[in-house]
Structures are given as structure tokens and as C-alpha cells.
Ligand binder design. Sequence first.
Ligand code: FHN
Length: 431
Amino acid sequence: MKIYRKSIILFCFVIFALKISAQNYKPTAQNLEARKWFEDAKFGLFIHWGVYSTLANGEWVMHTQKIAKKDYEKLPAFFNPTEFNAKEWVSMAKAAGMKYITITTRHHDGFSMYNTNQSDWNIIKLTPYKKDPIKSLADECHAQGIKLFFYYSLLDWYRDDYFPLGNTGQFSGRPDKGDWNNYLNFMNAQLTELLTNYGEVAGIWFDGFWDKKDSDWKLNETYELIHKLQPQCLIGNNHHEAIKEGEDFQMFEKDLPGANTAGFNKESVIGSLPLETCETMNNSWGFNLKDDKYKSAKDIIHYLVKAAGNNANLLVNVGPMSNGKIQPEFIDTLQKIGKWLAKYGETIYGTKAGPIAPRSWGVTTQKNNKIYVHLLNPEDNALLLQGISQKIKSISIYGTSSKLKFQQDNLGITVMIPKILQDYDTILVLE
Ligand code: FHN
């Protein structure tokens, strides 16, 4: 009896230990290095592009317009992006000061924008274009030294084996049965293609988990596969939940880390993983003809600066048109941001959040022996900075030699703010 009890305890211990070790994801040295690079990069371009772009009504059009599969299947025939030029897109991102691109390889409509052998529902098989834009983009990114992330939708409105259905995609006219394990195998096979045929992939950006939170997604297996194929590849998942085992960065859609203005970011920052927020340039991800609620260069620069002041990257989105062009409004704004970053990028790239928590007047960033105070909304002609323990030698306006008057005492640092302010963001440098 005693021996029997002992072996049960031992068995439980082994199971417990196995569980712990399975959960103890240890990132490789390459992965840790990639995380460091990612944290320093600060600014990326998000691209939502698919056959939905032809309808010019956003990437959710199949669901919002209740389009059945049999009708949606007519769309690829209209998708012929003859004006697409990977060099132009990558150069545009580079000139905007962006260090990486994250592009939709497959969104919720399940249509693969790349050459896949796992399904005919793809750009090569069904569009008059017949070419693989992801391949051209990957080659161009590698040539121009821009890292490439692949957005990959876990959610699928098209496949029968995405079953049982989740909260969306009920109008596509699919049968009442499907083999979930087959769906998971299909996804893993597609991810294997993406991580084998496109050179170095900086990361996989998952989305759509929230459609079926309670399903057994077997994410551990998928994450292990990715890290096995490309150890440096960073995994992020826009599941709107706390970070899960195997993920390499944490994301907050349309919100600064820890904030929840969008309504779906209930999780807080956990641990010390790199952080990212993403935002649209109007109110749409995919091309939307009628959406003219454009954010200004100032809006986006302010968001980028605030993201940096919160230790996060900003991934800013464009939804190219079905001819392959990016609309001029976006290009124009990105050029303005690029000019600003060319001048002030040192106060953003490679920085960490500064010693003072974000305030109504702005944020702080820091690098080496410098603290950058970003006055986004200067409120007064004197500013009291509290929370800096180091002795400050001098305070100047970034990029100028003009020193500002200040006093450092027990209360903090009081600095006089000049009347002439810089474009978008007046940056004080504390040495
Ligand atoms: O449903 C998607 C949406 O289309 C878009 O891709 C965004 C980007 O963050 N993510 C989802 C909504 O959470």
C-alpha cells in the first residue's frame, strides 16, 4: 500500500515537472538579441492588403456585408495590383524612419497573399496577377535592411475546418461540421512555408485568437515550430489577453501599454518583454474609400513619442489600394514624419522610457547619460520635473546650443521653458 502511494506521488511529481518544463520557454541567444533590436527599432509600418481591398470598404467587408463564400470567391478575379512596386513601399517606409514592416500574409477572409501549397485560395492560383508580392517584399526588405514581420490570422471565415465557428464569420455559408485538428495542421504547414521560403522572418504577428478564446489552439506547438524553424523570429499575438508562454513581445492594439481606450486591452504589462502598439492613419486597417478621418503628422508623431515614453514601439498602418498603390494622403504624412525623425530620431531610437512617468505635458525618454524631456503640450513657462535622482549638469533644447536656466533642489528640477517651441515636440536634453 505504502509503495503504491509512493509511486502515485512520484508519478504526480513527474507530471508536474514535465508541465513546468514544457511551460518554461527559454528564448535562444538569437531571440534575445532580436528582442533587443526590436526594442531599439521603435517604429514600423503595418500593411493590411488583400482581395478585400478591391471593395474599398475595409478588411472586415466579408463579415460586415454578410458576403457568402460563393460570392466572395468572385473577388480574386478583380485583384490585379499591376502598380505594386516593393521597392517603392520599402523605400517609403525607410524614408519615414521605420525600421520594420509587418504585412498581412493572410487575414480573416483566409485568402493567402503568398504562394502556398496548402490551399488554392491564394493569390497565385486565383488572381490575374499570379505573382507573390510577399516574396518581392521580402527580397526588397532584405536588400534595403528593413526587417519583415508576417501578420497571420488564426481566425478564418472561409475554411470549413475552422469549426466550430467563433463569434464572427457566420454569414459565409459553411457546413455544420469540420475537422479542427485539420485546420491546426493546415496553419502549421502554412507557417512552415512562410518561415522556409522567404529568408529571415523577423516575427509572426498573430491575430484572431479572440474569435474563439476557449478553443484548443495548441499554441505551444505552433510557437515551438516557429522557434525551431527560425529561433530569432519574434512571436506576438494580438489575443487581447495576458502574455502566453512562448511569446516574445506584448502588443496593445490602438492603445499605449496598460491603457484601454479601445475597449479590448484589458491586460496590463507583464514582465519585461518588448512592447508594441499599433494604430491606423485614418480609422481603417484595410483600404477604405470613404474613410477620410486622417490623422495628421502631428497626431502620429505625438503617438510615437508617447509610445517611446512608455517603452513601446509604434506600428503605423497603411491599407494599400487594389492596384498596389498607397494613397497619397498616407505617403504625404509619412514623409513629414520621416523628416521629423531625421532631425529628432536620436531622442527616440534606442531609448528607454525616462525616469519621469508620462504626464499631461508629455513624456521622457533616456539613453546613455541623457534624459530627453518631450514637451508635447507645454503648459507653463516653468516646468517642475520630479523623480530625477541624478545630479543634472546642464539642460538645453535638443539640437541647439542654447542652455536653459534651471534649479535642482529637494523638490526637483525647475526649468524655464523658452517661448519659441520646436515643431510638434519641444525636446529638452538633461545631461
Ligand atoms: O480584426 C482585426 C483587424 O482587422 C485588424 O487586423 C486589427 C489590427 O490590429 N486586429 C484585429 C482586431 O483586433
